[in-house]
Design a protein around this ligand. Sequence first.
Ligand SMILES: *[C@@H]1O[C@H](CO)[C@@H](O)[C@H](O)[C@H]1NC(C)=O
Ligand SMILES: *[C@@H]1O[C@H](CO)[C@@H](O)[C@H](O)[C@H]1NC(C)=O
Ligand SMILES: *[C@@H]1O[C@H](CO)[C@@H](O)[C@H](O)[C@H]1NC(C)=O
Ligand SMILES: *[C@@H]1O[C@H](CO)[C@@H](O)[C@H](O)[C@H]1NC(C)=O
Ligand SMILES: *[C@@H]1O[C@H](CO)[C@@H](O)[C@H](O)[C@H]1NC(C)=O
Ligand SMILES: *[C@@H]1O[C@H](CO)[C@@H](O)[C@H](O)[C@H]1NC(C)=O
Ligand SMILES: *[C@@H]1O[C@H](CO)[C@@H](O)[C@H](O)[C@H]1NC(C)=O
Ligand SMILES: *[C@@H]1O[C@H](CO)[C@@H](O)[C@H](O)[C@H]1NC(C)=O
Length: 381
Amino acid sequence: MHSALLLASALECTAFAHPSPRPRARADPDCAPRTTTYISSALTSETSTVEWTYNGTSLDGPKVHPVNSTTFDWWYFDAVSSDLSSGDLSSVVITFYTASHEGFGALSNDTTILETSITGTLSDGTPFDFAKFPTEATVVTEGDGSAGVWGEGGTEWSSSPDLKHWIIKFNDPDDNVSGQMTFQTIAPAHLPCGALEVGATELLMPHIGWANAVPDALAQVNFDFNGTAPSFTGPGYHDKNWGDQPFLDSVGSWYWGHGHLGPYSIVWFDARDITGKEYFSSYVAKAGKILSGSCSNGSVIVRPWGGEDTYPPPMTTATPDGFIVTYGNVEGKEMVVNVTTATAAVEFSYVYDRWIGTLAGGFTDGSGNYTGVAQYEEFKV
Ligand SMILES: *[C@@H]1O[C@H](CO)[C@@H](O)[C@H](O)[C@H]1NC(C)=O
Ligand SMILES: *[C@@H]1O[C@H](CO)[C@@H](O)[C@H](O)[C@H]1NC(C)=O
Ligand SMILES: *[C@@H]1O[C@H](CO)[C@@H](O)[C@H](O)[C@H]1NC(C)=O
Ligand SMILES: *[C@@H]1O[C@H](CO)[C@@H](O)[C@H](O)[C@H]1NC(C)=O
Ligand SMILES: *[C@@H]1O[C@H](CO)[C@@H](O)[C@H](O)[C@H]1NC(C)=O
Ligand SMILES: *[C@@H]1O[C@H](CO)[C@@H](O)[C@H](O)[C@H]1NC(C)=O
Ligand SMILES: *[C@@H]1O[C@H](CO)[C@@H](O)[C@H](O)[C@H]1NC(C)=O
Ligand SMILES: *[C@@H]1O[C@H](CO)[C@@H](O)[C@H](O)[C@H]1NC(C)=O
């Protein structure tokens, strides 16, 4: 178990505040309270207790206690190359799952709730993917931050309690997969309806939780994937989703994505529940300030363009060429962003696609004309 090592180093609460971090005692008075959750891989039929409201701390902690064979809780981290328009198609996603196959059907192993996966694209756009199934995991929270250790091989993440600094490692030398990415967060965390406030809802739609600890970060990525070495800088991102019933019983479809457009950090969520009702979550930030953070109708609308551009998305393998993301109210102005797909990172049957692409957009009053890169996905279930 590597949690002791992690606690002594990576999640040291004052580590990032000091120029030369040194191990500190657990009783450090500067440290916020910690929680530690040990998780076994076993499928259980205990009733899960699920959090839907932010209480002022533990934004990035476990939300489902315990994860049983129909509930799920995961931590998602990604980065995409900022040089995409000059031909570097590199991207990476690392996800730490506590979820059963029944809770989240995309997971292949129906004997465990623990999985770490790494997927992405090499610089020429070739997709790669790899997964491991550890037998135990540990999650520690401190302040709003977290650290997680999945198995004994050094596949783990940790943050500073203020969410500013992150390190995410995937390490499996036996399979020739190893490396890490670091994030320096540049945009404030938020929840489906806006900024972190005590009592704010964490529900994106009925039965689906969402907490976005890192809407945008300066990511530095260095991996060795079986002899190829995806190595790049660009926008990084981290969130978590969870649910109290199987994903497929809750979600009808969703469009999600994030990117960096000129000086703006943007995140979009435009989703439908199982009845077809639409839910929205807008996020636009600049210089460390949230300019749009809302779940009201029209705060953000996402619609496909090109290729299969029917809305709601039909159950076919055809996909759109991109999306138009319209933020209804960014400090009183409408912002329209054209997301154009460069390549697919994951194509999973009819159900799921994840892409990387370019952004172009600005305000409909004619001000601003910005470009950028994005990583984004579609579920249709
Ligand atoms: C898991 O917990 C949820 C409550 O959050 C409950 O509704 C469900 O029946 C439980 N599932 C199993 C398989 O026990
Ligand atoms: C807030 O919720 C977390 C679990 O997410 C829990 O560990 C913590 O004790 C709670 N804090 C307060 C002040 O209620
Ligand atoms: C499923 O996970 C278990 C660990 O819980 C592992 O032993 C087994 O090899 C995994 N199955 C596959 C097909 O990877
Ligand atoms: C790891 O890489 C080496 C050198 O390229 C290769 O010989 C070996 O088969 C790889 N091992 C696995 C498990 O992919
Ligand atoms: C690495 O390459 C070897 C040889 O082509 C292959 O057998 C193995 O599955 C690859 N490993 C991964 C993690 O993709
Ligand atoms: C959102 O507003 C549009 C336009 O007024 C309306 O057609 C649509 O039904 C609304 N959606 C929801 C979920 O309220
Ligand atoms: C988005 O931009 C692409 C690339 O410039 C362009 O081909 C496409 O027509 C634009 N889409 C829309 C809906 O304006
Ligand atoms: C934005 O700038 C690009 C060149 O940088 C130009 O091709 C494009 O027409 C401009 N778009 C708008 C709406 O001004």
